[in-house]
Design a protein around this ligand. Sequence first.
Ligand SMILES: Cc1cc2nc3c(=O)[nH]c(=O)nc-3n(C[C@H](O)[C@H](O)[C@H](O)COP(=O)(O)O)c2cc1C
Length: 298
Amino acid sequence: MKSLKLAEKRYSVREYKHKNLSNELLQYLSNLLLEKPSISNASSLEIRFVENGFDLAPQLETVSGYYGKMIVAPHYYAIFSHPDDFSLNMAGYVGEWFILNALKKDIGSCWLEVRDSNQLKQILSIDTPKKAVALIAVGYAKKEFQGGEIYAASQNNSLSSLTDLGYPNINPNHSKGPVSSRKSITELAFLNEWGNIPEIEELEIRGFHEALFYMRLAPSYGNRQPWYFVICNDHIDLIMDHSDDLSPFIQGIDAGIAMFYFEVGLHDSGIRGSWHIDALKSDYTLPDHHKLVGQYKF
Ligand SMILES: Cc1cc2nc3c(=O)[nH]c(=O)nc-3n(C[C@H](O)[C@H](O)[C@H](O)COP(=O)(O)O)c2cc1C
């Protein structure tokens, strides 16, 4: 099955039923962690299960969540990482892989920022030299999962382009679920150099339209969608907008999430390749505060 349907269903769950996940689902999640994607270097990342979320959430208030507003959930997974770019990218890549796999069993989830790593480690009694970079809340969503929220969130001008792209199941009137608005795919991509906006037909001919469409489904801190893709002959550059001056942890995780979604989209389109993050160099000029963080080489 293509992953698109799954990603369409995804949204951040901020309200959970007041009950623990079943033992069967908890076992499913812990098995998932044993099969982490091979791209991630096992030693750079640690993901720890936090069982008693309802008890701990009040103590984590101010320590985690936007503006210190904690999301109360039955359980959390705490992600610990080294502070280098690769490890942080892997935190985002693997965390989002985990979230989509949890969703296969209708487990709701939400990324939560960690504002104070030391305090979080102290409250959770976790001793590790790595930094706590994010929490993932998990549990049963109060609201049923629905497909198609993303379409309801599309701006008027982007809806027609989605239809053009041949996604026949679009239901533009569906608006029952929580929605987060997203950029259209031509706002995310450039050809050969920064600022050179491609026609949708050009993206279709090259087979990249679906992968870019996936990016519309990807979550990001504050829903900023800070990613851009510059399509070159033998690779695609991932450029991140760092003008918000957020912590390197958040920037690294957002970039890792972008790598994960784009790669899944490319693989679903039959385009093989892999991400490289070392010795990066672009042949064109980037605007201030924009950084080349990865190259997908075919
Ligand atoms: C690294 C990261 C940190 C996030 N931190 C929080 C948070 O602290 N609180 C929160 O409510 N949502 C948080 N989110 C969720 C985003 O706000 C959400 O993914 C985005 O608004 C898009 O909405 P959606 O996930 O429903 O599609 C975070 C997302 C990411 C990627």
